[in-house]
Design a protein around this ligand. Structure first.
Ligand SMILES: NC(=O)c1ccc[n+]([C@@H]2O[C@H](COP(=O)([O-])OP(=O)(O)OC[C@H]3O[C@@H](n4cnc5c(N)ncnc54)[C@H](OP(=O)(O)O)[C@@H]3O)[C@@H](O)[C@H]2O)c1
Length: 320
């Protein structure tokens, strides 16, 4: 399959990211077939998808996605490290006791060291605070991110799921330290447009990049759940705590309406969902998950396409 991967600049930085990036939240954990994982990384690179997004807790079990990716990097892709832009994150639960999660300097820097060991890397390209911590002073979390860069363990830093006002403050602090925020990572898809209220305008205001996760609502926006839950799917997987048959059923009607709009425009629902996100200039990259090479290829094909026609955009807005 031919694709024409396009690249977008992360805010005011020197970094370009592909319009479609690959996340390893699911499908690279303990139960994954290493041959499929290797094939997906190789194909991603062939398709121009050079950004791979990880976090310490991706798996399951936590840590296993980094270990899998680290082994593949070392054994199969070491020569291509400089072609890749690799991120990781810390902030969600990783180990017992008071230092095992959230946003303290202790947790973030220990977490980054553990990630680097699993990834078998000296540095990552982006290190994120994975979620805001209501108990830790923002200065401490930001100080840890700055230290990660000064110590050479990360080239850039990012913020994930920060509400607008906090994101703003965090960006100002990072600017003062001359370690500007490269990327904000947050959820955006046809079923969840909440970031349109304020997050997107803050990203524009702060001139950072924006990378959006769960663009297919974890698979719901492919139409695969319209007739039930397929036995091989995220919703059927017990380890997937954020998607189950109940959630799928609750959104089925909206998904069916979107499927109809896609069909009228001569598109698959997957293409509609990804190209709709790429309509916005604030979005640097759309971060997909994939179980197979075929899924990856279908998603990659959303880059480099004509903008969606206005009647399709209007029909989507009429549903919102
Ligand atoms: N910062 C954060 O807190 C945060 C939170 C969530 C995610 N993320 C990042 O965002 C990435 C993407 O999130 P996501 O995995 O939820 O994204 P997604 O793209 O919305 O969902 C991925 C799932 O959609 C299905 N899929 C993908 N392409 C398909 C196709 N062409 N046809 C049919 N089904 C297809 C697959 O489901 P099946 O497995 O059912 O086949 C796949 O596992 C994660 O890997 C992670 O890097 C970050």
């Amino acid at each position: 399959m031919m694709t024409d991967m396009q690249y977008r600049r992360c805010g005011k930085s020197g970094v370009l990211l592909p319009e479609i990036s690959l996340g390893l939240w699911h499908n690279f954990g303990g139960g994954a077939d290493p041959d499929v994982c290797r094939a997906m990384i190789g194909r991603a690179l062939d398709l121009g998808i050079c950004h791979f997004d990880l976090a310490d807790n991706y798996g399951p079990p936590p840590g296993s996605a980094e270990s899998c990716f680290g082994r593949l990097l070392k054994n199969d892709f070491a020569a291509r490290r400089d072609e890749m832009f690799i991120s990781t994150k810390a902030g969600h639960l990783m180990w017992p006791g008071p230092y095992g999660d959230w946003g303290s300097r202790k947790h973030l820097l220990a977490g980054l060291d553990q990630s680097l060991r699993r990834l078998q890397l000296d540095y990552v390209d982006v290190f994120y605070s994975h979620r805001p911590d209501p108990q830790t002073p923002l200065e401490e979390t930001i100080g840890a991110l700055v230290h990660a860069v000064h110590s050479g363990k990360a080239l850039y830093v990012g913020l994930s799921k920060y509400p607008p006002a906090l994101f703003n403050r965090a960006c100002e602090m990072l600017k003062e330290e001359k370690v500007p925020c490269l990327l904000h990572q947050f959820r955006y898809n046809l079923l969840d447009r909440s970031c349109e209220r304020a997050v997107l305008s803050e990203v524009e205001e702060q001139q950072t990049g924006a990378i959006v996760f769960s663009p297919l609502a974890q698979g719901m926006l492919t139409g695969k759940y319209l007739d039930g839950v397929p036995s091989v799917s995220r919703a059927a997987d017990d380890s997937s705590v954020f998607l189950d048959a109940e959630k799928v059923a609750a959104d089925r009607e909206r998904v069916a309406a979107l499927q109809q709009i896609a069909g009228q425009g001569g598109l698959s629902l997957t293409q509609l969902a990804l190209r709709w996100l790429l309509r916005r200039e604030e979005i640097t990259s759309v971060l997909i998950g994939a179980r197979t090479v075929e899924q990856l290829e279908q998603c990659a094909a959303a880059s480099g396409q004509e903008p969606l026609p206005q009647d399709v955009l209007d029909a989507i807005d009429a549903l919102a």
